[in-house]
Design a protein. Structure first.
Length: 456
């Protein structure tokens, strides 16, 4: 970063300097001053502060003195007065309303003209929601729908160009459409766009060469939509960060011995054991950090994607049983798969991510438990079933199904000679335990586990 005359230059060799409070204050002051001059005799246009996030693939020249016509604007998009209003709103709202990855998406949108139109669509929608919270309906939000339509038309036109159709810009824009679809709940559009994205990535030969943010968001939005249907993912996983974290984590003797025993029961459990080890690493990561101010509530923090997406991808990629069997290993593996997805869903809900799949997963889990009898001669299966039942029961606040789960928990405890709910809970806590999920739910669950009706 360097000062030349009346300009501030920011480049990728040292992008963190733009976060400097003095630099941001200078930019804000200059933008407000000159926009005020330009609009003094008419309706004043809101001042706007541009905040860029670090990026190894984009170089930004930030001019604190854009001329009124914005002819010298270095961005690849046109900034009209309405766009300034919407950008100002998004920046101002960030001071009091957390939206996951907002800052990262905004910096990415500024790199592509079509993506920026979609950015305006989202901003217009959020503004309408705030201004008219009681009457807002997406279907009648005309400004948002207009921008969305403009974006889709541009993307369609660009896809007909052989060079454009696999560019990072078009991928960024399609990711924006997918994000929008997930937010408003139009899963039919999500399906269409994610399948198109998968075809483009396949033509490219995979994620190789793409910005890491594009890779992470592609994998994240894929599993977010797929898990609502409990369907197979469409895209490859992006798990480099999680893989490194697993390598750095100290082994847990009791935990590892249990999983070794599980793998000896049947080779069908090998993939499940691998996933359980990764979820244990995730649990330790969160337990060590969740009390820190702002943990997973900072809009430019990508670690939730880096950790949750690959585990969800693996769970969605696991084989499912063809049909229910009373004592089959396949049903047990499915019980564990669903319990882990429910655990991740509860975690996402706490941190403001989409978790609409919870009722679907809970219903599937309860139905499976009704028809599955675990072989109680197999200690690993019995122990893991207790963990799965307790985990799902904590996230199942009431009927349907909670009483069934409590009865099954008590049956497992009895086979282990565990005298009460407190001891049953300790047995589960030594396996995989995420404190921020459990801390407000443990007391009630222990009470239910000790209820007289469960001993009948």
């Amino acid at each position: 970063m360097a000062h030349v005359g009346d300009f501030i230059f920011v480049n990728t060799s040292n992008p963190d300097r733009f976060r400097d409070k003095d630099i941001q204050r200078t930019v804000r002051k200059r933008v407000m001053r000159d926009i005020g001059k330009a609009r003094r005799k008419s309706k004043q246009t809101p001042a706007v502060t541009f905040v860029w996030q670090p990026s190894h693939s984009l170089t930004r020249l930030v001019s604190p003195d854009p001329c009124p016509s914005l002819g010298s604007n270095p961005l690849p998009v046109e900034i009209d007065p309405r766009a300034l209003e919407l950008i100002h709103f998004m920046n101002a709202e960030a001071e009091y309303n957390y939206r996951p990855f907002r800052k990262i998406w905004f910096s990415m949108a500024l790199s592509d003209k079509s993506a920026f139109i979609l950015c305006k669509a989202n901003a217009a929608m959020f503004l309408e929601e705030i201004q008219h919270p009681d009457t807002f309906r997406y279907e009648t939000c005309q400004e948002t729908l207009t921008y969305y339509g403009q974006c889709v038309r541009q993307v369609t036109e660009r896809l007909s160009n052989a060079q454009e159709r696999t560019s990072e810009g078009i991928l960024t824009c399609i990711l924006g459409l997918i994000c929008h679809d997930l937010y408003v709940g139009t899963l039919d559009r999500w399906t269409y766009h994610i399948q198109g994205l998968a075809r483009i990535i396949k033509i490219r030969g995979g994620f190789l060469g793409l910005d890491e943010r594009v890779q992470l968001f592609a994998s994240w939005f894929d599993v977010l939509g797929s898990v609502t249907k409990d369907a197979l993912p469409n895209l490859p996983s992006c798990s480099i960060y999680l893989d490194e974290l697993v390598k750095e984590t100290r082994p847990q003797t009791q935990f590892d011995h249990l999983l070794d025993d599980l793998e000896r029961v049947s080779s069908d459990f090998d993939s499940l054991a691998t996933i359980l080890r990764r979820v244990r690493v995730l649990a330790e990561y969160i337990n060590n950090r969740y009390s820190e101010p702002g943990f997973w509530k900072v809009e430019d923090d990508m670690s939730p994607l880096q950790l949750l997406a690959p585990i969800t991808h693996e769970l969605l990629s696991m084989p499912r049983p063809d049909e229910l069997a009373s004592d089959g290993f396949e049903n047990f593996r499915e019980i564990m798969r669903l319990a882990l997805l429910i655990l991740l869903c509860g975690l996402k809900a706490i941190y403001g991510f989409s978790a609409v799949e919870m009722p679907t997963l809970q219903n599937k889990f309860i139905r499976l438990v009704e028809y599955t009898k675990v072989n109680h001669q197999s200690f690993p299966l019995q122990r893991l079933q207790l963990w799965a039942l307790v985990t799902v029961a904590m996230l199942q606040p009431g009927e349907p199904g909670r009483d069934l789960l409590i009865r099954e928990i008590f049956a497992c405890m009895r086979s282990f000679n565990l005298p009460d709910g407190q001891n049953g809970m300790k047995s589960v806590q030594s396996f995989i335990w995420i404190e921020i999920i459990a801390k407000d739910k443990v007391r009630r669950l222990i009470h239910d586990m000790d209820s007289p009706g469960m001993t009948d």
